[in-house]
Design a binder for this molecule. Structure first.
Ligand SMILES: [Zn+2]
Length: 420
């Protein structure tokens, strides 16, 4: 087996790909929150990751990466989308307008009058990442419940997280049929009682579950907003531990061709940015919503390309390669593994025409989406060599493991795809 391998991990949700090279191990996305990513890595004796990359702040990509941070998995550095920082900046300066916030999340005036909301958001003391996380926990809770904790005065971040947990659990007691309680007990067992960071993670997990439980037809906006807030609470809570090396990537919306310093990896549509997040005066509910929307926009997401002298890998993520413009093509001049844009679903269809390979038979296209029912992009089916994480014939997981050896990508695990 060659020294370069590419693996699509069988995560419960979303996508997680692992590239092992002479220069270290790179993880591209981590699957869903509480999806057991660390266990999957340990079972495969992966060891230390040089970089864990998040290409888009979605639950199926960032969730597992938060689990790695939370569990102390050895990771050299994290590469995260800068939009999360812009959202934090907006949440940090959002003062007034909680009713506007509920309105943009899709709660009607009638909902609001029956829910009996306090007129303003409680203040949170401090000004570091934990304070921002606590403010986002309040905003996320408001988005998915239409309520705020019934507290006045100034709360510490720990008190805020506790109040949000209490609010979400009270909702469970009233509406029933949820699995939030075991999650909460599990969180408390892990010492979430007095450590604000663990409690922030507990909030993030509860918000994620709560958002997922909302009806997509009735509460679409609230669901999406709360989902993003759950992730943001996790990120900023964990960053308060101050033990992670993070590089932020700003999406520029056009083709970039710079290698990330000291790594054999190029970000195709973004650039690393330095510095702390700015404080843009005073954010309104609309500013805040705008920051959320930017993270969720269709085709949003970073695309990365790995390359050494012999082979390559192209990670398209959610980007759909739209930043290339309609006519531009991305040339591949060595055998490359390509993760199907948007996990092989129809949404990435246009991206297939943007990749132009010198020798398509030497490339392997991989598709990670776990849903059998989801329709497969025609562009994917047209590729000469391709593999699906969930075997399209047997309807079971067939983990994909590819190894580069003597000038070729070979399948060490995973049969040929027969999707049509
Ligand atoms: Zn298939």
């Amino acid at each position: 087996m060659g020294s370069t391998t590419f693996r699509v991990l069988p995560v419960n949700r979303g996508e997680a790909c692992l590239l092992t090279s002479r220069r270290g191990v790179y993880l591209f996305d981590g699957g869903g929150l509480s999806g057991g990513l660390a266990r999957l890595l340990r079972e495969r004796r992966v060891g230390r990751l040089r970089v864990a990359v998040c290409t888009a702040a979605t639950i199926g990509r960032l969730g597992g990466i938060l689990d790695l941070m939370d569990g102390g998995y050895p990771v050299g550095e994290y590469w995260l989308p800068e939009g999360l920082r812009q959202l934090a900046a907006a949440a940090g300066t959002f003062q007034k307008g909680i009713y506007d916030w509920l309105a943009v999340c899709g709660w009607s005036a009638q909902d609001r009058s029956t829910l009996g909301l306090p007129g303003s958001m409680p203040s949170v003391s401090g000004d570091g990442p934990l304070t921002v996380a606590a403010r986002m926990a309040l905003l996320g809770a408001a988005a998915c419940t239409g309520c705020l904790p019934d507290k006045t005065g100034t709360l510490t971040p720990l008190e805020t997280f506790s109040a949000v947990v209490e609010l979400l659990l009270r909702q469970v007691a009233e509406t029933g049929g949820s699995d939030l309680v075991p999650l909460c007990l599990d969180g408390l067992e892990r010492g979430a009682g007095s450590d604000p960071v663990s409690r922030a993670m507990l909030c993030a997990r509860l918000l994620d579950r709560k958002a997922e439980g909302l009806s997509p037809s009735r509460f679409r906006g609230a669901r999406e907003v709360a989902g993003i807030m759950a992730l943001a609470v996790g990120v900023w809570g964990l960053l308060a531990r101050d033990r992670f090396r993070v590089r932020w990537f700003r999406q520029t919306g056009r083709l970039e061709q710079h290698l990330v310093p000291r790594h054999p990896v190029m970000c195709l549509n973004g650039v690393p940015v330095a510095g702390e997040f700015g404080q843009p005066g005073r954010a309104t509910a609309a500013d805040l919503f705008q920051a959320v929307r930017r993270l969720m926009a269709p085709g949003n997401g970073l695309a990365f390309r790995y390359g050494d002298a012999d082979c390559g890998a192209l990670v398209c993520g959610e980007s759909a390669l739209a930043f290339m413009g309609r006519r531009a093509v991305l040339p591949l001049n060595r055998p490359t593994v390509i993760t199907a844009p948007q996990q092989g679903g129809l949404g990435g269809e246009q991206a297939y025409g943007r990749v132009r390979s010198a020798a398509p038979e030497g490339d392997i296209w991989v598709r990670s989406h776990h849903s059998f029912t989801r329709r497969v992009a025609e562009g994917f089916c047209r590729q000469p060599v391709r593999c699906c994480l969930y075997d399209c014939r047997k309807r079971t997981v067939q983990e994909i493991l590819l190894a580069f050896d003597r000038g070729k990508w070979l399948r060490a695990s995973g049969a040929n795809c027969s999707c049509i």
